[in-house]
Structure formats: structure tokens, C-alpha cells
Design a protein around this ligand. Structure first.
Ligand SMILES: Cc1ncc(COP(=O)(O)O)c(C=O)c1O
Length: 375
């Protein structure tokens, strides 16, 4: 532990850079005692809706809750199918099961790591109700063909934007691209709370009304329960922290993108494949992921030099033991399976120094396998 020279993430550095504002925001919550929802949450909801270009934002207690409630608000339930990808954090798939529906998986397109629109049509059945593309690593999925299929087939589209705060698709903000979008504010996210948090954004007042009721026990007024709801409310502390951080988000994203340019140029001839910003995307690099034919060897070599890395994700959802009953075996999604074996996430956060990026890149150029990636 003590030999860590470049940590994967450094939340403390960010707190130090905004300490007076955060401390004042926390103190406001303590003074007001609005610990659940309250004015700090309402203020953040207003600001985040405006940031995403939507009329509505509903603050919740996690990104998982956001996915669950967006699906319920869309009317997804038992007997329905929802199309998503296996190369994602498990919550994208789990939330579909929470809603009582069946996840139907389609493979990713390997350059963007996001849903391959060419795979959707053949996965649609009379039971299909919704498509749930994931803006993985901070890059929007190719939404136009997805929305075109959905419009033609009468399907709802819900963005999993948990990793993509501030990302854009053809100039338009994620969160406003489809019927609803789901965000996570888990502490390590680009816009992270100081605990759990999430939100749904939408331009549809009916979806917003349903999500707002469902997060608070389905009440339309106190102790009058018109829907079977949940306790998924956002805490006052999280609204206060997120309000402060949202004002810094674009500047932090620019900091990430500057470091990414440095990584890309230093790693251009190192035997690893650097991530690609697709022509439609403004990528916010929640995760900076390279591909290596000898990923595990590279990770071990970097660890021996005190450089922490991550793997997002080592096992695609369809090969996780908990989801074996979805009925997909090894070989079902070759692009997702290859990605799971080859991806390595490097340290990246706005406070990371250029020197540290150079150190990581030097470690990779010493260690990287010279073999080429096969897919
Ligand atoms: C793609 C994706 N979807 C959903 C979630 C779930 O969000 P949360 O951890 O806030 O429940 C995450 C969180 O890591 C995520 O990365």
C-alpha cells in the first residue's frame, strides 16, 4: 500500500481544492436540518436540469435507483424485455430485473465500447419495451440510430448516463437525448457526492411526476400513497455538495481532456491501444481505458512501480455467476468478452499532475506487450 506513487483516484485532492465552499454548504444543511430532500436538493435539481438542457431533474439516493425508477415510470414490468449491453457495470442489467423485466443483451461496438446499433433489430421481440444504452467511460453511445429504431418500433429509450456527466452527442448534452436519463453521483464519478446519490433527467412532465412520487413512497401528498413506491430520496448533504461541485464540472472535464491528450500522445507507440473519441462525441473521460493484449501482465508491472490501475470490467455481465440464468454462455458477445480481457483503466482525475501522467506512460512503454491486439 505504502508504495503507491500514482493512485488511481485522489478524492482528497479535490476536496482540498474546494474546501471552504463545501464546508459552508455542509454547514447550511446542519443549520437548516433539511437532511432528506429540502432546499439544497431542490436547488441542485434545478441547476442540473438546466446543465443537461432538460426541464426536469429528480434527485435520488443512487444511480441504481435512477435506473429502477426510470424503468418503472416507463411502464416496464413483468413480461417485458429491455435491451442493453453486457459490457457495463452490473447495475444496468440488475435494474431491469428489479423492475420485473427480462434483460436482453446485445454486443458493443469495439471502438466506442458502447451499444452496437446494428445488433438491436434482431434482438427486438413483441415483448420489447425499452432500449437502455450505456454511455460507458464518459462517451455517449451512438444515439441517432438507436432513437430511430426506437421511434419506428414504439420503444422507450433510457440513457444510462451514470458515467457521463457533461458528455455530449453531436453537440447535445447527455441527459437530454432520449425519454429519460439516469445519473450516478457515487463519490468517484466526474460529478461525485460525498456518499451515494443519483438522478433522473427528462423533458417529460409525466415521467418526472412518476419518478418523483416513486422515490418518496408513491405519495402525491403526505401519507396518501397512489403508487407502490420506495425510499429512494436524495439526502440534503448530497444536494449541497453536488451544487458546489456542479459549478466546477466543466473546468474539471477540461482538465481531464488535457491530460488525455498528453496520455494519447505519449502512448501512441507503446503497444497499447488508446481510447477513441468517436466523431459524434464530446467524451468526458470518466475512465481512461487502454487495450493491451497482455493486460494482466501490464497491470502487474505497473503495480510493481507503484502505479494503481483499474479494470472496468473484468467479466461481462452475461458471464457473471449471478446472471447465468439469463441464458447466455461464453462466446455470446465476442466484442464484450474481448474487451473484458484487454481493458486497463489508467489514473485520471483533474488534479493529477502532468508529471504523474508522464510517469504512468513511461511505465507502460517499459512494460507494454509488443503483441498486437486481435479481435
Ligand atoms: C454504467 C453504470 N450504471 C449504473 C451505475 C449505478 O450507480 P450507483 O452506484 O450510483 O447505484 C453505475 C455506477 O457505477 C454505472 O457505472
Amino acid at each position: 500500500m505504502s508504495n503507491v506513487k500514482v493512485p488511481y483516484l485522489d478524492l482528497k485532492a479535490q476536496y482540498q481544492s474546494i474546501k471552504p465552499e463545501i464546508d459552508a454548504a455542509i454547514a447550511r444543511v446542519l443549520e437548516s436540518c433539511q437532511f432528506v430532500l429540502g432546499s439544497e436538493v431542490t436547488g441542485f435539481e434545478r441547476d442540473f436540469a438546466s446543465y443537461c438542457g432538460t426541464s426536469e431533474c429528480i434527485g435520488l439516493n443512487s444511480g441504481t435507483s435512477a435506473l429502477h425508477l426510470a424503468l418503472l415510470a416507463a411502464g416496464v414490468g413483468p413480461g417485458d424485455e429491455v435491451i442493453t449491453v453486457p459490457f457495463t457495470f452490473v447495475a444496468s442489467v440488475a435494474a431491469i430485473i428489479y423492475a420485473g423485466a427480462r434483460p436482453v443483451l446485445v454486443d458493443i461496438e469495439p471502438r466506442s465500447f458502447t451499444m452496437d446499433p446494428g445488433k438491436i433489430e434482431s434482438a427486438i421481440t413483441p415483448r420489447t419495451k425499452a432500449i437502455l444504452p450505456v454511455h460507458l467511460y464518459g462517451q455517449a453511445a451512438d444515439m441517432d440510430p438507436i432513437l430511430e429504431i426506437a421511434r419506428r418500433r414504439g420503444l422507450v429509450v433510457i440513457e444510462d448516463a451514470a458515467q457521463a456527466h457533461g458528455a455530449k452527442y453531436k453537440g447535445k448534452s447527455v441527459g437530454s437525448l432520449a425519454d429519460m436519463a439516469c445519473f450516478s453521483f457515487y463519490p468517484g464519478k466526474n460529478l461525485g457526492a460525498y456518499g451515494e446519490g443519483g438522478a433522473v433527467t427528462t423533458n417529460d412532465p409525466e415521467y418526472a411526476r412518476a419518478v418523483r412520487m416513486l422515490r418518496d413512497w408513491g405519495q402525491d401528498q403526505k401519507y396518501h400513497h397512489v403508487l407502490r413506491g420506495y425510499n429512494y430520496r436524495m439526502e440534503g448533504f448530497q444536494g449541497a455538495v453536488l451544487g458546489v461541485k456542479l459549478r466546477r464540472l466543466d473546468q474539471w472535464t477540461e482538465g481531464r481532456r488535457r491530460l488525455v491528450r498528453q496520455y494519447n500522445s505519449l502512448l501512441s507507440h507503446c503497444g497499447v491501444e488508446t481510447p477513441r473519441e468517436m466523431p459524434w462525441a464530446h467524451h468526458v473521460y470518466h475512465v481512461y481505458t487502454v487495450r493491451s493484449a497482455d493486460r494482466d501482465g501490464l497491470q502487474a508491472k505497473l503495480a510493481s512501480e507503484g502505479i494503481q490501475t483499474g479494470i472496468h470490467y473484468p467479466v461481462p455481465v452475461h458471464l457473471q455467476p449471478a446472471y447465468a440464468d439469463l441464458g447466455y454462455g461464453a462466446g455470446s458477445f465476442p466484442q464484450s468478452e474481448a474487451a473484458a480481457q484487454q481493458v486497463l483503466s489508467l489514473p485520471l482525475y483533474p488534479e493529477l499532475s502532468s508529471e504523474a501522467v508522464a510517469q504512468v506512460a513511461a511505465g507502460i512503454s517499459r512494460a507494454a506487450a509488443k503483441t498486437t491486439i486481435s479481435r
